[in-house]
Design a protein. Structure first.
Length: 385
């Protein structure tokens, strides 16, 4: 493991996370700038997610024979180009095309960074290393997204995208300097993507990502209106709650990697899924004293974001030489789970109101447990770990 490589990979993920999700806090300025309704503006994030789901596995497979340094640096360069094109967008169509370009760059970078770190790390520390690489995406939600939102409101949303473009170029340069030249592992090809997609046991394991995160995003997508209605919070109260949620995510991300190294990925994932079954229904019991609310939000997000290192560790062990493809599908499943969870949450609110979101999330987490157990038993029957 080259010295300083893990922080640089984490920094690259931070830039990508900021560029991907800053639109959440900047939808109003973007909508005003392009004369869009809130519903149309929401497609800016949805199109990015769908493009990532489709393009990331394909691009990882098509670039599998190239050096890892070239792939990650090129991915960040494409991401920078997408951010710059977003800043210049004169219309909704232009902006959506730019977001597709950015998703392609992100889809080349994040899974390759994880696969590179996993391949270079010693087995006994692989979970912690993966957690550190993924930490950048978590920190982007804690600090990068609020910063991007503040820039968008203070100086304009185009400035926010220009900042992301500049940071992407800096990250690409850092990757080029620190990643060893010619670093290659066993190359993956488009045929490897087909082989992974055709492997039902491996795909069942990969799609646990979507099931687990889908459960969490049922209430998380609508946490602001939930807190407004049940706790009487306004802008400042919701902001404080989201900061605490972000701190919980950071703590869980780091703790999850250590727990996966100690207990193994499947046990870690089972513990975290069971915790979600218990914690999310408590959101339907609001209002509660404010300190208890903060503890609940912190713990809920810690258990949610603690899953990623364990799931990646599990997929690396299962996929072997096809790990880069499996990790790209895992990253795509993150976006898929968020989109499905948000859709289910909207249906729950329409039918039962925001107070039902916690119960719906807990019930869906039960499905995630069934999914995990079924996948693990199939693997044991096939002689896999």
């Amino acid at each position: 493991m080259p010295r300083g490589l893990v922080p640089i990979l984490s920094m690259a993920n931070f830039v990508i996370g900021m560029g991907a999700f800053l639109v959440i806090g900047a939808l109003t300025p973007i909508g005003q700038g392009l004369s869009l309704t809130p519903e149309l503006a929401g497609w800016i994030l949805t199109v990015y997610a769908l493009a990532y789901v489709v393009l990331s596995p394909l691009l990882v497979a098509l670039t599998g024979a190239f050096g890892r340094r070239r792939v990650m640096a090129a991915g960040l360069a494409v991401f920078a180009l997408g951010a710059a094109a977003s800043a210049l967008a004169p219309s909704m169509g232009w902006l959506l095309a730019a977001r597709v370009l950015a998703a392609a760059g992100a889809g080349m970078t994040t899974p390759v960074a994880a696969a590179t770190a996993a391949a270079l790390a010693p087995p006994e520390a692989r979970g912690r290393v993966l957690a550190m690489v993924f930490l950048g995406l978590t920190l982007a939600q804690v600090a990068g997204v609020p910063f991007g939102s503040w820039i968008a409101y203070s100086f304009g949303w185009r400035v926010a995208f220009w900042i992301v473009a500049a940071l992407s170029i800096l990250a690409a340069a850092a990757i080029w300097v620190r990643v060893p030249a010619g670093l290659r592992f066993q190359p993956v090809r488009l045929a490897d993507l087909g082989a992974v997609l055709a492997d039902p046991k491996l795909m069942l394991a990969i799609l646990f990502t979507a099931t687990f995160l889908g459960a969490i995003y049922i209430p998380f997508t609508y946490v602001a209106p939930l807190l407004e209605e049940t706790m009487g919070m306004g802008r400042n109260g919701v902001t404080i709650a989201l900061v605490i949620a972000g701190l919980g995510a950071v703590a869980g991300n780091l703790a999850g990697g250590a727990l996966a190294d100690r207990l193994g990925p499947v046990r870690t994932l089972l513990i975290l899924a069971c915790a979600q079954v218990v914690l999310m229904p408590l959101l339907s019991a609001l209002p509660v004293p404010i300190l208890l609310l903060y503890l609940l939000i912190f713990t809920w997000n810690a258990c949610g974001y603690g899953f990623n290192a364990a799931q990646q560790l599990r997929l690396v062990a299962k996929a072997g030489a096809r790990a880069p493809v499996a990790l790209s599908l895992h990253a795509a499943s993150i976006y898929l789970g968020a989109a499905v969870g948000a859709a289910i949450g909207g249906w729950v609110i329409a039918g039962y109101g925001v107070r039902a979101l916690g119960v719906a999330g807990g019930l869906t987490a039960l499905l995630a447990i069934v999914h995990l157990v079924a996948s693990h038993r199939l693997d044991r029957g096939a002689g896999r770990t």
